[in-house]
Structure formats: C-alpha cells, structure tokens
Design a protein around this ligand. Structure first.
Ligand SMILES: Nc1ncnc2c1ncn2[C@@H]1O[C@H](COP(=O)(O)OP(=O)(O)OP(=O)(O)O)[C@@H](O)[C@H]1O
Ligand SMILES: [Mg+2]
Length: 504
C-alpha cells in the first residue's frame, strides 16, 4: 500500500465516508431514542404523580413508622418499584420514601428529601439528583385536598437503554468500517490493476535505448486493456497513441540522421580524390623549383601542407561517419601492450622534448582484446598526440596498461597543465577544442577525442578523462576495453592469436 498513494487515499476516503455516515446515524438515532424514552418517562412520572395525588396511602401516616411490610413504611398504592414519593399533610412531610425492588417502601434520608423539597409546586417535570440514588425525573403536584405530593422516577432505565443501544451501534459501526475498508481495498486494487500494466509498459519504454540508432518495436499497453471502457482504458489508449507517435518521430529522426551520415561519408569520400590531385600537383611543382619563382614555391608549399591537413580532416570525418553508421569493424585479437610500445616509440619520435614512459606492470603480459588493430592504434595515437600538442615541452607522459578483471585498462597520463573543469563535460564532442583561436591556427580540429570515443564505443568499451590528484596538474585519459576471452581466442586462428610478450 505504501507504494500506492492513490489506492491508499481511495481506501481511506471510503473508510472515512463510511465512518462519518455511520457516526452521524448513530448520534442522531441515539439522541432520538433518548428523547423518546425521556418523554415516555416524563409521561410515566406525570401519571404516577396523578395516582399519588388521588390514591390514598396504604396506611395512615404516623410518626416513627407505618404499617406495612416489614423493613419499610406504608406502601403508596399502585406505584411501581423505583417510584419515589414525598407526601405532605398540612404543609408537613408525613411520608417520604421509594418503592424498592422487593416492593417495600424504603424511607428517604434527609439529603434526598431536601433535594426533592426544593422542587417548585408547578406540575413541571424536572431532573433532580438524589444523593445515593442517582438521577430522577420528578414533579411536585397538588392533591385535591390542597396538600403537596412529590413523585419521581429514576432515569437509570433510559440511560441504560440508550447506553446499550450505543454499545451495539459502536460495535456494528466498527465492524462496518473494517468491512468497508477491506472491501474497498480489494475493489480499488482490482479497479486500478490495469494502471499497473500501463506503468510496467511505461517502465519498459523508459529503459529502451532510444537516444540513438534505429528504433525497433516499442512496447505498448495490451490492446484488450487499451480497448477497455472507462478511464483506465482511455489512459492505455492515449499511451499507445503516444508511443506510436514517438516511434514515428524517432524513425523519422533516425532516417534523417542516416541521410546526413551518408552525405558526410559520400562528401568526404568524394573530396579525397581531388585532394590527392592537389597534393600530387603541388608536390610536382615543388620538386621542380627551377621552373617557378621562389614566392610561388612557398605558396605551393603552403597549398601542399594545407591539402595534407585537409586530407587528415576529411579522413577523420569519413571515419566518424562510418563509425556512426555502425559499419562493422575488423575483429581479431589485438595486443594492446605491443600497441602501446609502438605508440610510445612513435610519440618519442614526434615529440623528443617530452618524456615518454611506459608502465606495463612488473611482469608485462599481452593485453589481448578482440578488435580492429588500426583503429585501436589510432585511439592511442590521438591520446598521445594530445599529450604532446596540448602540453609544454618537458612534460612527462605515462602510458600504462593493465588487466582489471574482465577488462583491459589503458591510460595516458601527463603532468601538463590539465583540462579546465568547465571544458571536461564536452571534451569528447566533435570539434570541441580548448583554446579555440590558438588551436585552430595550430592545426587542431577537435575531432581527435571524438574519434577515440567512437572507436572505443564500437569495441564495447569506455573512455573517460580525470583530473590529476589535488596536489598535481595534468590530465589522465583511461580506456577500458573488454578483454579477449579464452573462448573467443580459440575461435581465431592460433597463428593470429599468439602475440609476442612485450619487452619494455
Ligand atoms: N592531455 C591534454 N592536456 C590538456 N588538454 C588536452 C589534453 N588532451 C586534450 N586536451 C584538450 O581537449 C581538446 C580536444 O582534444 P581533441 O583531441 O578532441 O582535439 P584537438 O586535439 O584539439 O584536435 P585534433 O585532435 O582533432 O587535431 C583539445 O583542444 C585540448 O584543449
Ligand atoms: Mg587531439
């Protein structure tokens, strides 16, 4: 119930309503019963008073005692048990007592008598508290002889009846509320159960990877439920319509993305041939310096270098477009340890002013992954070129490779200036560069990390960047790739799977 606030609220509302209605009925009926019984009692008091006023007593009043049954005084004639009577003669109380359950007339004590004597002689029935006897309805009336007579009847009967009525009602109401609560719980749960189906479907949809790629079938609410009449059916039907809409929109988005990718891939592909021609002709001119003036030789040199840069850019774009399109990679066992050795050697040649270190642990072993050798080389090359280009001379760059559980972890760490925290979130996005102006003139395009990420993802791995420890500067890029399993290794030819142990 705690996970279903709506159900709980509905059940509580039903319980509260049943309780409210029952309580109101109980109060009204108890009040009505009480007033009816009180009226009846008052009638009885009046009748008893009339009898007392007109009927002579059993025996003549005498001081000190009366004739009658033993233990009591004279018995008022025709009065029921419990009737209290005070009889006057010439303004003096001659007899005062009540008829006990055994039918004997028991005398009243002084306090009780005093309470009754206070009654005005007006024939109105009033409530009187008789000490020791309880609450009474009493009336003082005049006898035909001109004397007063007070008659009272106990309200215990009325209170008792109303009390037991209320007890029964409370018990019934309690049972009714409990039953209503139980019934409401069952009914509300049954009525809202289809909503759970909608929630389950919504959860399934929310777990689908809809952010990229082709959209398969998105789950719907079962048609029978969506066709149901009523609110829940309407929710189900609306949910299904929304899913159909989302599916169409996502398919359209995917289709247009594919078109853009095809366009970029085709455009880059088409650009390669003219670029190769430009480079070739420029080289041709540069190689025959005698035929062209020196200024033109310089210009041709620039054309050649820019054409080379543009070729690199076009290659990068083509590669990204192909990776985006999910084109399958070559798959073979690749030893990342030997890749790291090669990459360090290349980096050393390209950046002799930097210190390059390799850490493959105390006992280097092959770090095999199932992947595309050339692409994985490119990942390392991009990370190392960043560590060279974006740090000053003298920076130490450490490439380390280890096996961690079922993964191979490669990291490239430098102690250069590091990456500003605000630059880190978009670092792997395309064309994201640090110091834009400087990098653009320096030939930086901001595609290196995007390509590295796309390649690593295509291999089912992850790439991340971390700042150096608090007391140091620098950046650390970490690549995690699934290690080659023994089973996968056996699938490849033994000749290719074997990899030389790396000597550092
Ligand atoms: N080791 C590093 N130290 C400091 N900054 C770095 C480092 N590596 C990357 N960066 C920052 O990240 C940005 C993006 O790097 P990325 O490799 O994607 O592009 P690029 O190096 O600028 O261009 P490209 O690699 O396409 O020639 C860089 O411009 C640089 O600001
Ligand atoms: Mg780069």
């Amino acid at each position: 119930m705690t996970r279903h606030p709506l159900r709980r609220r509905l059940v509580w509302i039903v319980v509260a309503l049943v309780f409210g209605v029952t309580a109101a009925l109980a109060v009204v009926s108890a009040v009505a019963l009480r007033s009816t019984l009180s009226e009846q009692l008052d009638d009885q008091v009046r009748l008893a008073s009339e009898r007392a006023a007109t009927t002579p007593q059993a025996g003549p009043p005498a001081s000190g005692g009366h004739e009658g049954p033993p233990g009591g005084s004279s018995l008022p004639l025709g009065q029921a048990a419990g009737t209290v009577g005070v009889y006057y003669d010439d303004g003096e109380v001659v007899d005062a007592g009540y008829v006990d359950d055994a039918g004997r007339f028991q005398p009243l004590d002084a306090e009780q008598l005093a309470a009754l004597q206070e009654l005005p002689l007006d024939g109105h029935v009033r409530t009187v508290e008789l000490p020791g006897l309880g609450s009474y309805r009493a009336v003082a009336a005049q006898t035909p002889r001109g004397d007063a007579v007070v008659t009272a009847l106990s309200t215990d009967g009325v209170s008792g009846t109303v009390g037991s009525y209320v007890t029964v009602e409370v018990a019934l109401a309690g049972a009714g509320v409990v039953l209503a609560g139980a019934a409401a719980t069952v009914l509300v749960r049954r009525a809202l159960r289809p909503l759970d189906r909608v929630a389950v479907t919504a959860r399934q949809v929310s777990e689908l990877p809809l952010d990229s790629g082709a959209v398969g079938h998105i789950p719907r609410v079962p048609p029978a439920l969506a066709a149901e009449r009523g609110e829940v059916g309407a929710v189900g039907a609306a949910f299904n319509r929304m899913i159909a809409h989302v599916e169409t929109a996502l398919s359209a988005r995917h289709e247009s993305e594919q078109q853009v990718r095809r366009f970029v891939a085709d455009a880059s592909h088409e650009l390669r041939t003219p670029l190769a021609s430009i480079r070739g002709y420029a080289e041709l001119v540069r190689r025959s310096p005698d035929d062209v003036p020196p200024a033109a030789t310089h210009a041709i040199g620039r054309v050649e270098s820019e054409a080379r840069r543009m070729t690199g850019l076009v290659d990068d774009l083509l590669l990204l477009a192909r990776l985006d399109a999910g084109r399958p990679l070559e798959r073979a066992p690749v030893d990342l340890a030997s890749l790291a050795v090669d990459a360090i050697a290349d980096a050393h040649a390209a950046g002799p002013e930097h210190a390059w270190r390799l850490d493959l642990g105390a006992r280097p072993a092959p770090l095999l992954v199932d992947g595309d050798d050339a692409r994985l080389r490119q990942v390392l090359a991009n990370l190392l070129s960043n560590a060279r280009v974006h740090t000053p001379a003298g920076t130490t760059v450490t490439v380390s490779g280890h096996r961690r559980g079922r993964h191979v972890v490669l990291s490239v760490a430098d102690d250069g200036p590091g990456i500003a925290p605000d630059q880190r979130p978009g670092l792997f996005q395309r064309f994201s560069r640090g110091d834009t102006a400087r990098n653009r003139t320096g030939g930086s395009t901001g595609l290196g990390l995007a390509i590295a990420e796309a390649i690593v993802h295509a291999h089912g791995g992850t790439i991340s960047v971390a700042a150096a420890a608090a007391d140091a500067t620098g950046a650390t890029f970490t690549v995690r790739l699934p290690a080659l399993t023994a089973a996968a290794q056996a699938r490849h030819s033994p000749a290719r799977a074997g990899s030389p142990t790396v000597a550092v």
